[in-house]
Design a protein around this ligand. Structure first.
Ligand SMILES: [Fe+2]
Ligand SMILES: [Zn+2]
Length: 393
């Protein structure tokens, strides 16, 4: 199943021409050569002017402020100009003498935001493996990994270092480490003084980390330094895919999970981390943008919650699905391998440890926005080839 998520501005560079323009009360109605209609509000046309008076020339940032023109601004003369080999331009003269020009391809590129196609998966999937050194050394390999990561929310780096804290090196590709309480880079090994279930030899059911933050870390690198332990196989599952199934089969249960606030908490003698939020969050188009699922750290939903019984029916169904083997991908993460998970989407866990062999995992967190923007940077600066967003310099 494929679903789209929003991602930056449009990248269409298709040559489209405007075949007619009509003035309406608040907007120009443009008819494209293919017959489609686009309304171009006058204030939008004035606001997005790209001229050197309206922009900081050095940075292309906007200098124009919308309050400087009347709210009922209307253009004076409007014309479509044809200039040599360039595509045609829409030229607008404003009542104060200012002039704005847009190439029609420029307007076409701003019709909508471009989308990333998310690829949902189930227990039959295996995360794609990428070579660690190539990921750091080659811009093309980095873009390839990140694009796969944006689609599926998961991948594995192999032949990575085994020195503690070497996941700091990932920052050149993934952006700065997102620090949270406890440790900058978290150590996961059996520790009788540990504050987390992962510090025991127990199985850790699929969860995402730090649901006790309202903005939980949304990229997680699980870096295995050494794994000489029996058991402890890694588990991942696609939270978004699972929620879309739940939504289509039980829309009422899905809706309750979006509505009822749930407290999550992780704490130690030194730290306290607590936040209350619904398990599922949607964007304004109704796409799932965030799943919070962490049974170990979930606290009691207050008895005053009016939808408590309904919530439990929904939570039971979600818990059953998360813990169903059909949804889970299981593999062994060896020393020198890094599992990258989109923390808002993919749940991770592990099976119980069955021996006392050495096992040391380190967790580092990053920001999804930084990861997503890295290929855009590589394209914009010509380090990899690809279409440029025409609306951006
Ligand atoms: Fe975890
Ligand atoms: Zn201007």
């Amino acid at each position: 199943m494929v679903q789209s998520g929003h991602f930056g501005l449009g990248v269409s560079t298709m040559q489209r021409s405007i075949s007619s323009l009509t003035r309406n009360a608040d907007a120009l109605a443009a008819i494209w050569s293919g017959g489609e209609r686009t309304d171009l509000p006058y204030l939008w046309l004035r606001d997005n002017c790209g001229c050197s008076e309206c922009r900081v020339v050095q940075t292309t940032e906007k200098r124009f402020h919308i309050y400087r023109v009347p709210r009922d601004l209307k253009p004076g003369k409007v014309s479509v100009e044809h200039a040599g080999s360039e595509d045609e331009a829409l030229s607008i003269a404003w009542p104060d003498g200012h002039r704005t020009r847009y190439r029609s391809s420029e307007i076409h590129g701003l019709l909508s935001l471009s989308h990333i196609d998310l690829r949902y998966w189930d227990g039959r999937f295996q995360p794609t493996r990428f070579d660690y050194r190539r990921f750091l050394a080659s811009d093309r390999a980095a873009a390839e990994l990140i694009e796969e990561f944006l689609r599926t929310g998961v991948c594995v780096l192999v032949d990575a270092p085994t020195e503690p804290d070497s996941s700091e090196q990932l920052a050149t590709r993934l952006g700065p480490i997102r620090e949270v309480l406890f440790e900058r880079i978290h150590n996961v090994k059996v520790d009788p003084k540990g504050y987390n279930i992962a510090h025991t030899d127990l199985a850790v059911a699929p969860h995402n980390d730090f649901t006790s933050y309202t903005w939980l870390p949304n990229v997680q690198a699980l870096h295995m330094l050494v794994n000489e332990c029996e058991g402890g196989e890694s588990i991942v599952l696609d939270g978004f895919g699972l929620l879309e199934e739940l939504r289509s089969e039980h829309p009422d249960k899905f809706e309750v999970l979006c509505a009822v606030p749930v407290p999550f908490r992780i704490f130690s003698d030194e730290y306290e981390c607590y936040a209350v939020n619904p398990m599922v969050e949607l964007d304004r188009d109704g796409n799932v943008r965030l799943l919070r699922f962490n049974t170990a750290q979930m606290q009691a939903v207050p008895l005053s919650e009016p939808r408590l019984v309904e919530f439990y029916a929904a939570y039971h169904e979600l818990s059953r699905r998360v813990n169903s083997p059909g949804a889970q991908v299981t593999f062994r993460l060896e020393g020198g391998q890094i599992l990258l998970c989109a923390g808002h989407r993919v749940l991770h866990g592990r099976k119980a440890l069955r021996s006392t062999g050495r096992r040391h995992l380190q967790d580092a967190y990053f920001e999804h926005d930084n990861v997503r923007n890295h290929p855009r940077l590589l394209r914009r600066t010509g380090r990899i080839r690809g279409r440029q967003n025409p609306s951006k310099p």
